[in-house]
Design a protein around this ligand. Sequence first.
Ligand code: 5GP
Ligand code: ZN
Length: 113
Amino acid sequence: MDCLFCKISEGSIPSQKVFENERILVFKDIQPAAPVHVLIIPKKHIAFMNDVEEQDLPLIAEMHQVAQQVAKELGVADTGYRLINNCGPDSGQAVHHIHYHLLGGAKLGALTG
Ligand code: 5GP
Ligand code: ZN
C-alpha cells in the first residue's frame, strides 16, 4: 500500500522516533508548527477517523494514553498541549493514515475555522 505513515512505521522511510511499541509509533513532525510537534500513529493502517470501528477503540484509547506519557517525557504535560486529529478534506488532512498531532512548548494560537 502506498501510504507514507505505513512506510514510516515499517522503517522504510526514516523518522525521528520518540516512542514505539507493537501497536503505536510517535515521531517528530517534519515541519513543526510548535516547539514540540509530534505525530501519534497506530501501526495498523486506518485511513480516516471516520473509518474507526468498535474493535479499534482500545487502540484509540491507547493513543491517548501514549499522548499523556509522551507529553510528560517532552516536558509539556504541565504547561499544556493540544491534541489534534484532522479528518477529511475540509480539515486539510494530507496523510490518509490516522494520526494525532501533539503540539506544545509555547502558547498556541486560538483555533479558527
Ligand atoms: P495532516 O495534515 O494529514 O493532519 O498532517 C500530516 C503531517 O505530516 C504534517 O504536519 C506534515 O508536516 C507531516 N509530514 C508529512 N510528511 C512527513 C514525513 O515524511 N515525515 C514526517 N516526520 N512528517 C511528515
Ligand atoms: Zn498507512
